[in-house]
Write a protein that binds this ligand. Structure first.
Ligand code: GLU
Length: 416
C-alpha cells in the first residue's frame, strides 16, 4: 500500500471500520470498487491558437442510496485513482450525514492558474460535453471543488441545458444565484467546518474563545472557516496557501487577509504578519489544526511532529492512512473529512431540492437546516465511537456510512 495513494488511504479507512460493521466479505469487496469511471479527452483551443487536449474523468462510485453527487476539480494532480478515491469519500460523506445521494467526483488534469477566463470557459464546456452522457438531474449532479466555482457551474448548467433544449438548473449545484443557486452555498463548507470545530472543541473540553487555530489552505473553504471561527472568538494564528503562510501568535487580521487575497489571488505580498512555511504551520503548537487544501498533507512524518490538540479535516483526504495510525497512537482526535466538510454537500442537497420544487428558501432556513444536519451527524459519530469503542472518529463515521450503504444494497438486492 502506498502512503500517498488516496485510493489506498480510503481502502485502509474502510478496512479499519470493517470489524464494527456487520458486513459479509462479498458486500465489503463490492463497496471497495467504484461502479464506473469515464475518461474523456477535452481538446480546447487556447488563446495563442494552438489546441491543447486535456485528460479528464468522472467517477460514479456508488449509487445505492440515491443519485451520484460530487464536485469537479481542476488540478495538475488529478488522476483516475484520485478521482475514484474522492468519489468514494463523497459516498461515505453523503451516507454519514444522511443525504439521499451516492458519491461521485470529476476532475480535469490542468493548472487553471495559467488559464484566461475564455480558456476556462472553453475547457468547462468541452468537459461538460464529454460527461453529459453520464450526468443528469436525477442521475449525477456535479458541484464545485478545488479550483472551480459558481461561474464554472453556470457554464456546466448552460452547456447541459443547451443540449436538452431547456434550462435544467438541478443538473448542477453551487450555481450563481442568478442561475438558480441557493443562498448560503458559497459559505456552506466553511460555515460547516466552523460549526463542527466548535462542537469538537466542546468534545475535547476546550472553549472556542481564545482557541489557537492554524488553517492550511486559504481558498473558499479555508478563508470562510477562518472568518467564522474568528467571529466565534477563536484566535486564527496561522493561515497558508501554495505560496506559503502567515503567522501571528496574537491572532491574524482575518478580514484583512481575505481582502488581500480577493484582490491579489494569493497570500504573497501580505506583509502584516510573519512568514511561515506550510510545514511550520502543520506542526505548529496550537489547539486546532485545519487542513483545508488537498490530500496527503498530514503524512506519518508530519503526524509525528504535529503539536495541535485537535485536527479538523476541511479538505478531502488530507491525512494519509499511515498518519492516521500515528495520530491514533498519539491520541490526537481527528474530525474526519466525510463529516467535517459535509456542509458543502448538505447545502448542495438543499439547492437541488429547491430547484426540483422550483422554490427558494431564505438564508435563515438554509443555515438552520445545515446546522441541524451537521450537528446530528456529529453527535451520532461521537455516540458510535463511544458505544462501539472505535479507535477514532473517522472509524465511527465509516461504521455508520458503510452500514447505511450496505443496507441500501441489501434491501435493493442484486441485479441481475
Ligand atoms: N466538492 C465538495 C465536496 O467535496 C462539494 C460536493 C457537492 O456539493 O456535491 O464535498
Amino acid at each position: 500500500m502506498g502512503e500517498r495513494s488516496p485510493l489506498d488511504t480510503m481502502h485502509a479507512q474502510m478496512e479499519r471500520a470493517r470489524e464494527y460493521v456487520a458486513l459479509d466479505d462479498d458486500t465489503f469487496e463490492r463497496l471497495k470498487a467504484p461502479e464506473r469511471t469515464l475518461k474523456v479527452s477535452c481538446p480546447v483551443e487556447m488563446d495563442d491558437g494552438h489546441v491543447e487536449t486535456f485528460e479528464a474523468y468522472r467517477c460514479q462510485f456508488d449509487g445505492a442510496r440515491g443519485p451520484y453527487k460530487g464536485g469537479i476539480r481542476y488540478h495538475p494532480a488529478v488522476s483516475a485513482a484520485e478521482v475514484e478515491a474522492l468519489a468514494g469519500w463523497m459516498t461515505w460523506k453523503t451516507a454519514t450525514v444522511g443525504l439521499p445521494f451516492g458519491g461521485a467526483k470529476g476532475g480535469v488534469v490542468c493548472d487553471p492558474r495559467d488559464f484566461s477566463e475564455r480558456e476556462r470557459e472553453a475547457l468547462t464546456r468541452r468537459y461538460t460535453e464529454g460527461i453529459r452522457r453520464l450526468i443528469g438531474p436525477d442521475v449525477d449532479i456535479p458541484a464545485p471543488d478545488v479550483n472551480t466555482d459558481p461561474q464554472t457551474m453556470a457554464w456546466v448548467m448552460d452547456t447541459y441545458s443547451t443540449y436538452q433544449g431547456h434550462a435544467v438548473p438541478e443538473v448542477v449545484t453551487g450555481k450563481p444565484l442568478a442561475a438558480g443557486g441557493t443562498v448560503g452555498r458559497v459559505e456552506a463548507t466553511g460555515r460547516g467546518v466552523s460549526i463542527v470545530t466548535q462542537r469538537a472543541l466542546d468534545y475535547v473540553a476546550k472553549p472556542v474563545e481564545g482557541a489557537d487555530v492554524a488553517i492550511q489552505g486559504f481558498g473558499n473553504v479555508g478563508s470562510v472557516t477562518a472568518s467564522y471561527l474568528d467571529r466565534a472568538g477563536a484566535n486564527v494564528v496561522a493561515v497558508s496557501d501554495v505560496t506559503g503562510g502567515r503567522h501571528d501568535p496574537e491572532g491574524l487580521d482575518v478580514e484583512a487577509l481575505r481582502t488581500h487575497v480577493a484582490t491579489e489571488d494569493t497570500l504573497a505580498g501580505y506583509d502584516a504578519a510573519t512568514e511561515v512555511t506550510n510545514d511550520d504551520l502543520l506542526t505548529m503548537d496550537c489547539d486546532v489544526l485545519i487542513p483545508a487544501a488537498i490530500e496527503n498533507v498530514i503524512t506519518a512524518d508530519v503526524a509525528d511532529r504535529l503539536e495541535a490538540d485537535l485536527v479538523v479535516e476541511a479538505a478531502n483526504g488530507p491525512t494519509t492512512h499511515v498518519a492516521d495510525d500515528v495520530l491514533i497512537e498519539r491520541g490526537v482526535p481527528v474530525v474526519p473529512d466525510i463529516l467535517a466538510n459535509a456542509g458543502g454537500v448538505i447545502v448542495s442537497y438543499l439547492e437541488w431540492v429547491q430547484n426540483s420544487q422550483q422554490y427558494s428558501w431564505s438564508l435563515e432556513e438554509v443555515n438552520a437546516d445545515l446546522r441541524e444536519r451537521l450537528t446530528e451527524a456529529f453527535e451520532t459519530t461521537v455516540e458510535t465511537a463511544e458505544e462501539e469503542g472505535t479507535p477514532n472518529l473517522r472509524t465511527a463515521a465509516y461504521t455508520t456510512a458503510l452500514q447505511r450503504t450496505a443496507r441500501a444494497h441489501e434491501v435493493r438486492g442484486r441485479f441481475p
